[in-house]
Ligand binder design. Structure first.
Ligand code: DP6
Length: 321
């Protein structure tokens, strides 16, 4: 039967950067993220007897090579659990324009996991779905549960999954996704993860994680926006420092990224409470409170290099349609 699922992208407040086990995608540390309401993937999967191979379409284009292999490998995992051998037809669309420079592996593998397991007649619980999504792309495990989510690193495949810390209704944070570059990044996060341990700052980053995680959980629970903002901004800079000091170094920022970093800090000096975070690319996530969204949008649009902004609120995790 054909099954269709929706899954949100997520923004990490505490980042996943560096793996303990590459094959199993076991991360070096716990991470914390928020599902995004307005950046998501919709995927339908149907296993069919007459297919000779898996066919995968993303935004109506047939995918090939590495991308296709990664999806086929994920379908193989699901076929194995379900004990079936039929190939699948996969159709996936992102609600954001392709090449918008927004990571789609999290929403993509979360939606694929839910749609394909259902289509294979499996009824997996949230934990098992999260474990399985993680094997496709680490950050995808965080797009399964609702709201603000923690991925516990664990020490085996079965113990490494995400769970909801707070429902999407807990705190109306906004993430103003700010696109400054539309092309795909040159170094994928998958290859970037492998370089992380070569940074002299990596070990210290990992050592300080448990404290940082305790602090951010408290800030989110208490809805202490300035404490929360200080933590996420410091964390993004910390991860990018590890990236820039890896061998070879990884620079994901461009000139517009730096302009926005400076602008956000200046806004704060002038009383506008907004903070930034950045994943493996030059695009920015400006986190603010609902009351400040219009101000943030207006100011962002004046910055040279800003191509578009997408306002997001906390959202539910993956769901069947
Ligand atoms: C910088 O989940 O894309 O966005 O497991 O290799 O697919 P793979 O990596 P991926 O890494 C995401 C890295 C990040 C930080 C984060 O989302 O936590």
């Amino acid at each position: 039967m054909k099954e269709t699922a929706n899954a949100p992208a997520n923004i990490a407040f505490i980042k996943y950067w560096g793996k303990e086990d590459k094959e199993l995608r076991l991360p070096a540390n716990n991470s914390i993220s928020m599902n995004l309401s307005d950046v998501y993937t919709t995927t339908s999967v149907e296993f069919e007897k007459n297919l000779k191979k898996d066919t995968v379409y993303i935004n109506e284009e047939k995918v090939k090579d590495r991308k296709e292999k990664r999806v086929v490998k994920h379908l193989d995992r699901i076929r194995e659990i379900a004990g079936i051998s039929e190939y699948a037809r996969v159709e996936s669309t992102n609600n954001f324009p392709s090449g918008a420079g927004i990571a789609s592996s999290a929403s993509g593998f979360a939606a694929l996991t839910l749609a394909a397991t259902k289509a294979a007649d499996l009824n997996l619980n949230e934990k098992k779905l999260s474990v399985l999504a993680r094997l496709g792309s680490g950050s995808a495990c965080r797009s399964i549960p609702d709201g603000i989510v923690e991925w516990r690193a664990g020490n085996s495949s079965e113990t490494s999954f995400a769970h909801s810390l707070f429902p999407e209704t807990h705190w109306k944070l906004a993430d103003v996704v700010t696109i400054v570059q539309e092309e795909e990044k040159k170094v994928s996060s998958t290859s970037g993860h492998d370089l992380a341990p070569t940074s002299p700052f990596y070990a210290t980053r990992i050592k300080n994680m448990p404290l940082k995680i305790r602090e951010i959980k408290k800030a989110i629970k208490d809805k202490d926006f300035s404490l929360f903002g200080e933590i996420i901004e410091e964390e993004a800079i910390n991860m990018h420092t590890v990236m820039m000091t890896s061998t070879p170094p990884l620079f994901y920022w461009n000139a517009a990224t730096v302009r926005i970093i400076n602008a956000v800090r200046e806004w704060r000096d002038n009383g506008l409470s907004a903070y930034f975070t950045i994943d493996a690319g030059p695009n920015m996530h400006i986190i603010c409170q609902e009351k400040d969204i219009e101000k943030v949008k207006t100011r962002l649009k004046k910055i040279n290099g800003v191509k578009r902004v997408i306002v997001n609120y906390p959202a539910r995790g993956a769901s069947l349609i």
